[in-house]
Design a binder for this molecule. Structure first.
Ligand code: SAH
Length: 351
C-alpha cells in the first residue's frame, strides 16, 4: 500500500491524524481524492441524509475597524463604499427570509463600533420574539467575553468566527500588528464556554499558506470540534495588499471539505459563496464532497455590491427570492434537497 493510502485508511478509521500526516495527505492528495470523497459522502449521509440546510445571510455593515490584509472592506481601503443597515431593514430582511423558508438568520458585518451590545441586544430580542422557531447566528468578529455573554443571553444561538489560520506566524502575515492569534483563540474558547454553537474556519489558498499551515488548521478542527466550519477559497480584492496573489482553487477546497467531514462527521459545513464565485458549479461540487449547508444572501440588493470582501462576488444583483430558487434548483439537480429547518448541530455520539 502506498503511504498516502495508508494515511487515508487511518483517517477514515480513526477520524484523527498526526499533524505531519495531514501535511503528507495534502501533498499526495491526487492519489486519494476519490477515496476521501466517497468516505466523506458516506459520513455526510449518516448524519444528514441528502438534506442541505440553508442560512439567510444578512450583511449588516461594511464599516470595519480592522485592517486584515486580505479583506476588501479593511479600514484602509478608502474606496470601499460603507453602509450600515437599520434595525428596521434587518428585521425586514429576516421577515422576507422567513417567508422564503429560512429558519436561520446570520447577521454578519465588519467590526463596526456602531453595533454595541446596547443596539444588538434589542435587535436579537426582537428577531427571536418574531420568530421563536428560528436560530440567530452572529458573525461580528472579536468581542469581549462579557459582550459575547450578553448577546448569548439576548438569544443568539450560534457564532461564526473563522480562525483564518492555526499557524501563528502565518496569522501575522495576514493581519496587522494590533491583531493576534491568541486573541482569536481566546474568543473561540469563550464562545464555546458560553454555549454557542461555534464556527471556525479559514480561507483556502491564502497568501503564504503551505501544507504545513493547513495541517495545523486540520489538527485544530480535530481538537476544537467546532459545530460549524467555514472554508472557502481566498479570492484577491483589487484594493488590498494581496491584490496580486492568486486565488485558492476549487480542487484543494473540495479536497479539504472531504477531509474535514471525515475528521468531524457531524460538523455543519457550508459550500460557500466564495466557492461558487471561483467556479460556476463550485457550490454543487462542494456539496458532493461533503458540505451540507448553503448561505444565500438576504441583504437588500441596494447594498449587496458594497459588502465586497473580494472581487466578482456572486449573486450581488438578484433578489433574495431569486437566489433561493436558483440554489434550490442547483441542489436538486445533483440529487440533494434543501429543507425548511433550523438545522442545528446534532452529535449523536456515534462517530
Ligand atoms: N468581521 C467578521 C466577518 C468577516 S467576513 C469577522 O471578523 O468574523 C467573513 C470571512 O470572509 C472572513 O472570516 C474571511 O475568512 C473571509 N474573507 C475575507 N476576505 C476574503 C477574501 N479576499 N477572499 C475570500 N474570503 C475572504
Amino acid at each position: 500500500m502506498k503511504p498516502a493510502e495508508k494515511i487515508t485508511d487511518k483517517l477514515i478509521g480513526a477520524h484523527s491524524l498526526e499533524t505531519a500526516e495531514y501535511a503528507a495527505l495534502i501533498r499526495a492528495r491526487d492519489e486519494v481524492r476519490d477515496t476521501l470523497r466517497g468516505a466523506a459522502e458516506k459520513e455526510r449521509r449518516r448524519f444528514y441524509g441528502n438534506t442541505v440546510f440553508t442560512r439567510g445571510l444578512i450583511e449588516i455593515s461594511s464599516f470595519c475597524k480592522n485592517d486584515c490584509l486580505y479583506c476588501g472592506i479593511r479600514r484602509s481601503n478608502a474606496n470601499a463604499e460603507r453602509y450600515r443597515l437599520t434595525e428596521e431593514q434587518i428585521l425586514e430582511c429576516a421577515d422576507n427570509g422567513y417567508e422564503l423558508g429560512f429558519r436561520t438568520f446570520v447577521l454578519q458585518g465588519g467590526e463596526d463600533a456602531y453595533f454595541t451590545d446596547e443596539r444588538l441586544i434589542p435587535l436579537i430580542g426582537e428577531l427571536k420574539r418574531r420568530r421563536p422557531d428560528c436560530a440567530v447566528t452572529l458573525s461580528l468578529g472579536e468581542r469581549s467575553y462579557e459582550s459575547y455573554k450578553r448577546l448569548r443571553e439576548a438569544g443568539a444561538d450560534r457564532y461564526l468566527l473563522r480562525h483564518e489560520t492555526a499557524d501563528e506566524e502565518h496569522y501575522k502575515k495576514l493581519h496587522p500588528d494590533e491583531m493576534s492569534f491568541q486573541n482569536r483563540m481566546r474568543c473561540l474558547k469563550n464562545l464555546k464556554a458560553l454555549g454557542y454553537q461555534v464556527g471556525c474556519g479559514f480561507m483556502v489558498g491564502s497568501p503564504f499558506q503551505t501544507p504545513e499551515t493547513l495541517a495545523k488548521d486540520l489538527k485544530l478542527i480535530e481538537e476544537f470540534k467546532p459545530e460549524m466550519c467555514g472554508i472557502g477559497p481566498f479570492i484577491p480584492h483589487h484594493e488590498t495588499p494581496f491584490a496580486k496573489h492568486p486565488a485558492g482553487t476549487l480542487e484543494l477546497t473540495c479536497f479539504l471539505l472531504s477531509v474535514i467531514r471525515i475528521i468531524h462527521p457531524p460538523v455543519l459545513l457550508p459550500a460557500t459563496t466564495a466557492l461558487g464565485t471561483i467556479d460556476p458549479l463550485g457550490r454543487e461540487r462542494g456539496i458532493k464532497c461533503g458540505a451540507n449547508v448553503v448561505m444565500p444572501n438576504l441583504s437588500p440588493v441596494s447594498v449587496r455590491k458594497k459588502y465586497a470582501l473580494y472581487d466578482n462576488k456572486l449573486c450581488t444583483g438578484e433578489e433574495a427570492a431569486e437566489c433561493r430558487r436558483c440554489l434550490e434548483r442547483r441542489i436538486r439537480s445533483i440529487g440533494y434537497e434543501t429543507v425548511t429547518a433550523r438545522g442545528d448541530f446534532k452529535n449523536t455520539n456515534n462517530n
